[in-house]
Design a binder for this molecule. Structure first.
Ligand code: IVH
Length: 765
């Protein structure tokens, strides 16, 4: 548990006998080297105590004095500067050195609405989920979306004990000491629940941002691009003294773990937070209908320029907290809230070149290189051009976009940014097109490995066929492998992966786990590399070792198989629960997967032929004929049906997964990787739930809950929800109008319940 004291209040704080100040001018080289060594040790210990153990041993002033002395000696004896010099470490790489905090309740992000119609759809989908009519009353709150960074504050018995950044939503950084320096964040609160996690946004006002940059400029410090970066850079400082000197603010708008509810509605919960002493946004309103929400959005938009801080939209939240609880969450966003973004910001500039980047699945992505231009406070010099059709002025169905205007190198183009998304090109000014500008010739060979780049039927993207021999694909796959939602290896980011790959140290994921044995002997080889010292090398090996135990879902996601995203990987992990079992099932299913693909091809041909002949296509006959000609063994058909029957896994994902496991090179690389790992199965489902581990199918119409709600509830109780009935089905919940699924279940002797029976079964859980 974090100490509830700020360092200066700690009753057990040791005295400051650490700042021995022998005059530097009189030092010999040997004395200076010895003193630098001593200072490095003291500062490392102070950092560890402060950031990792959260139990500071020396005061900020003492710490600053040690750092200052270190810097002065280094200035006097630059050649004695140590590889692990403290002046290089603190503040230089903010983020490293913070201890990690697991959020008791995951920190979510928000889905986006870009126009009024998206907001209507949001309301419609909530009503559908809850089974409410269009005209049933349903209130929302509407409030500005603050453009800062989110922070979770944990109070126990009214005392601030921990502050953590969002991180990946599950694990954030411990920035308690820094949060304590923010005036809007009370250190103590009266009358709060025993455990209260208050969530909100840390931000910097326009005036404070301008003053900070003026100060930075005068002191020769780093200039910040916008208030958001300044807020993030200021909060994520290893040295809390720096945070204290930066004018950060905080708006509370949400909460995490609570020992008792704050209120029954969102609006009252926010009012309660305000009464506890938090700043809440004065433009927060309760709206009774869509019209009021949109009106408030327009009102906030009109005030945007004069608010004095950056906002990038309006957040709507369902007001009734019991309905919020029923709706729950998708993988990273709540179903009951949405961010209505302000329209993108625009600017015109010159397109200097079009580069082609090769992604991890071989996709050739065109990138616009632009004459740098400021768009909404940020300098933009690159933008995505999506794919070859987009450049040519067509969408994926061949319809014109931008009135059919293509994009050429030399063109005057309109750039826009929408939130955090990569900048895009919206338009071309033909009146400014240079006379010699040529239509862009999209490459048909991979610019990285020279392999043919092919565009498959129905795919908007051209892909390099080089597979593992393409260095660009390999590097991108490795970057994906170490990324946050995958192996998340601290100290091994995109930059380091690129470097290690360029030098041939890491060619495939398994190599990461052999780094220490191959290059780490005595750390010498790694230490000798630019940018690596003894400490960072040791930390890297430790971070790699920490990930030798890895949850199955992360492993599956990390492989970077096309179509297998985070959610798909979780679904697969929950279904198979074991790596070897999944691999074996995929091997068994392979003949059926191939037959499925053959049937897809035949179906497409039949469609085209039927269209040419002016008759109806005979789809199911065609597919059945192909599949029977392939003579798929029954166990293969069953394994394939089992795979694509997993809710959320369709044939597209299934085929891609099957291809990856059937590819001998890829499979061998998986085997080399898993030999280094202990794979952790997903958490066992709640033991006291009667449906835990069971496969449930819902069919027919449900009257007391919607299908989506039923599925989410069943999954929360540890059940697997499948779309079709098979021998593996344990329970069928059949509402009125149930047809073939009910018959199949009955013929297989599967337990069947009606909706009331299901509700009784899970009652009270
Ligand atoms: S509510 C479960 N309200 O926007 C709901 N978020 O794009 C959690 N944000 O990560 C978020 N202003 O950092 C909420 N009034 C507001 C907000 C807000 C800014 C941020 C927040 C979140 C991000 C999602």
């Amino acid at each position: 548990m974090a100490s509830p004291y700020h360092w200066s209040q700690r009753p057990d704080r040791p005295g400051g006998a650490m700042t021995v100040s022998e005059p530097i001018e009189k030092m010999t080289e040997a004395e200076a080297a010895q003193e630098l060594e001593r200072l490095a040790g003291l500062l490392a210990q102070a950092n560890l105590a402060y950031h990792t153990q959260d139990a500071p041993e020396i005061s900020d002033a003492e710490y600053d004095a040690l750092k200052q002395r270190n810097a002065e000696i280094e200035a006097q004896f630059p050649h004695l500067k140590r590889a692990d010099s403290p002046s290089e470490q603190v503040g230089a790489r903010p983020g490293e050195g913070f201890s990690k905090v697991s959020h008791a309740v995951r920190m979510m992000s928000l889905g986006n609405a870009f126009d009024d119609e998206d907001v209507t759809d949001f309301d419609r989908s909530i009503r559908k989920y809850l089974g409410l009519d269009t005209d049933a009353p349903l209130a929302y709150t509407a409030e500005p979306k603050i453009d800062g960074l989110s922070l979770s504050l944990r109070y126990e018995q009214g005392v601030l004990v921990q502050a953590a950044t969002r991180g990946d939503g599950e694990v954030g950084e411990n920035v308690t000491a820094n949060a304590r320096t923010i005036a809007d964040i009370p250190a103590r609160i009266e009358g709060a629940p025993e455990v209260l996690e208050v969530r909100g946004e840390v931000y910097m006002s326009h005036a404070d941002f301008a003053a900070l940059n003026t100060r930075q400029e005068a002191e020769g410090g780093k200039l910040f691009a916008n208030p958001r970066n300044a807020a993030a850079g200021s909060l994520r400082q290893l040295d809390a003294a720096i945070t204290r000197a930066r004018p950060l603010r905080f708006f509370a708008y949400s909460w995490g773990e609570l020992s008792e509810p704050l209120a029954e509605t969102q609006m009252h919960a926010i009012e309660r937070l305000a009464s506890l002493g938090f700043q809440t946004n004065p433009l927060t309103r309760r709206c009774d209908d869509l019209e009021a929400m949109i009106a408030h959005y327009r009102d906030i938009e009109a005030q945007r320029a004069t608010l004095g801080y950056d906002i990038d939209g309006v957040v709507y939240k369902l007001d009734d907290l019991s309905l919020q609880a029923r709706l729950g969450f998708r993988s990273t966003t709540p179903r009951w809230a949405i961010a209505h973004k302000f329209p993108a910001e625009l600017a015109w500039t010159r397109l200097e070149a079009i580069d082609i980047q090769v992604g991890r699945t071989g996709a050739l992505s065109p990138v616009a290189r632009l004459t740098p231009v400021t768009v909404g406070g940020v300098v933009v010099s690159n933008a995505t051009l999506h794919n070859e059709d987009y450049i040519a002025g067509r969408d994926s169905r061949g319809q014109e976009i931008r009135d059919g205007k293509d994009i050429r190198v030399g063109d005057w183009v309109q750039v826009y940014r929408a939130g955090d998304v990569i900048p895009k090109i919206a338009d071309v000014d033909l009146s400014k097109r240079p006379e010699d500008a040529q239509p862009f010739d999209f490459p048909t060979q991979c610019p990285e490995c020279g392999s043919p780049a092919i565009r498959e039927e129905g795919d908007a993207v051209r892909r390099c066929t080089g597979g593992v021999i393409c260095p660009a694909q390999a590097v991108e796959k490795l970057k994906h492998f170490v990324s946050r939602a995958a192996f998340d290896i601290e100290g091994l980011g995109a930059k380091q992966v690129e470097q290690f790959h360029a030098d041939g140290w890491i060619r495939e994921p398994a190599d990461i786990f052999e780094l220490r044995s191959r290059y780490g002997e005595g750390l010498q080889q790694l230490k000798n590399r630019e940018g690596w010292g003894e400490k960072s090398a040791t930390n890297l090996f430790q971070a790699i070792d920490d990930k030798r135990r890895i949850p199955l879902a992360r492993l599956i996601f990390a492989l970077g198989i096309r179509h297998v995203g985070e959610v798909g990987a979780k679904d697969l992990a929950l279904h198979y629960r074991d790596w070897d079992a999944m691999a074996a099932a995929l091997d068994t299913a392979r003949p059926a997967a191939l037959a499925h693909r053959a049937a897809d091809t035949a179906e497409e041909q039949e469609r085209q032929q039927a269209q040419a002949e002016g008759r109806r296509a005979r789809i199911s006959d065609t597919r059945a004929a192909v599949i029977s000609a392939q003579e798929v063994p029954p166990e293969a058909a069953a394994a394939w049906a089992d795979l694509i029957g997993v809710d959320g896994i369709g044939a597209t994902l299934g085929l891609s997964l099957s291809d990856a496991f059937a590819n001998t090179d890829e499979r061998a690389a998986f085997d080399r990787l898993t030999a280094h790992l202990t794979v952790i199965p997903p958490d066992a489902p709640a033991r006291d739930s009667p449906v835990a581990g069971k496969t449930v199918v819902f069919t027919g119409s449900l009257e007391k809950m919607t299908r989506a709600e039923a599925k989410a509830r069943a999954e929360a109780l540890g059940a697997k929800v499948a779309g079709s009935v098979s021998k593996k089905t344990d329970l069928l919940v059949a509402g009125p109008g149930a047809g073939s699924k009910l018959k199949t279940a009955q013929s297989l002797g599967i337990e069947t319940l009606d909706e009331d029976g299901w509700l009784t079964l899970i009652e009270g859980l």
